[in-house]
Design a protein around this ligand. Structure first.
Ligand code: G1P
Length: 282
């Protein structure tokens, strides 16, 4: 399975932390977010990953490279497992020259993807799912005939609707919506449903043609939601529910919350955090 991971966003919500460091390198406990995303792709069956980067994002390439200067530290279990991870799939990097939006970033991988359907995972979102999220999506993709794109969706609260791409359409089988409307970050009044796009996709390669012909939308950027909306006028597109939890680290509160939740799952950290949190709460 080929997987594209757009990681070219500027991370403006994290400035100045992301002035010279990619937001995908922000750590959640002891690993940068991008590592969780690559782990998820590989656990889902990816053997070929393209990470789309941009200016100031070289740290992403270095992270998956060997680091002989670290000598014996390369023997640490965490370093060994990172090295094994990088060996399990071919990881390619391609640069988006101008920040022109998510769809344009996906388009940067077009030559590499070729004619196959492929997975997309966002470089700043961790999914903790069993089976892994992209595996769940790929299984749905195959069940639905293997020629219709599928996108992961979940119900979002009213207050969050305008942060998401929203899809709507009839539920054709439990947990599967045949998409008939898609809007990128609508106001609550204009939202056709409460089903939000969570940022994991299996797309047919026809998407590349649609991206090339989609005019810039919200924020003057070519939106992936708009391109998929055009795609669904030629091919079926399904929104599918999934089991598991999604951790968006898109702003400092969400990033902190993710760190805390992950820490609380580790017995040694939980033991030390509990009294500290109680004390802080007064
Ligand atoms: C992107 C997509 C949006 C989707 C969201 C999920 O927006 O454009 O459709 O709902 O990811 O996180 P972003 O969060 O990059 O602004």
């Amino acid at each position: 399975m080929k997987v594209v991971i757009p990681a070219a966003g500027q991370g403006t919500r994290f400035l100045p932390a992301t002035k010279s460091m990619p937001k995908e390198m922000l750590p959640v406990l002891d690993r940068p977010v991008i590592q969780y995303v690559v782990e998820e792709a590989i656990a889902s069956g990816a053997d070929d990953i393209t990470i789309v980067t941009g200016r100031g994002k070289r740290a992403l390439e270095d992270h998956f490279d060997l680091s002989p200067e670290l000598g014996k530290y390369n023997e640490l279990p965490a370093m060994k497992s990172l090295d094994e991870l990088a060996e399990r799939a071919t990881i390619h990097f391609v640069r988006q020259r101008t920040p022109r939006g998510l769809a344009d970033a996906v388009l940067c991988a077009a030559r590499h993807v070729g004619k196959e359907a492929f997975g997309v995972l966002l470089g700043d979102t961790i999914n903790v799912c069993e089976p892994p999220l992209l595996r769940q999506l790929w299984d749905r993709f195959e069940e639905l005939g293997g020629h219709s794109s599928v996108i992961a969706v979940e119900k979002v609260p009213d207050s969050k609707v305008s942060d998401y791409g929203i899809v709507a359409g009839p539920e054709v089988r439990p947990g599967v919506t045949e998409v008939q409307k898609m809007v990128e970050k609508p106001t609550l009044a204009k939202a056709p449903s409460r089903l939000g796009i969570t940022g994991a996709y299996v797309l047919t390669s026809s998407i590349f043609h649609e991206i090339r012909t989609t005019p810039p939308g919200r924020n003057q950027e070519v939106q992936l939601t708009d391109a998929i909306d055009r795609l669904r006028q030629r091919e079926k597109v399904y929104g599918v529910g999934f089991t598991g939890t999604r951790y968006d680290i898109g702003d400092r509160f969400l990033w902190l919350k993710t760190n805390l939740e992950f820490a609380m799952q580790q017995p040694e950290l939980r033991e030390r955090l509990r009294p500290l949190l109680r004390e802080m709460m007064g």
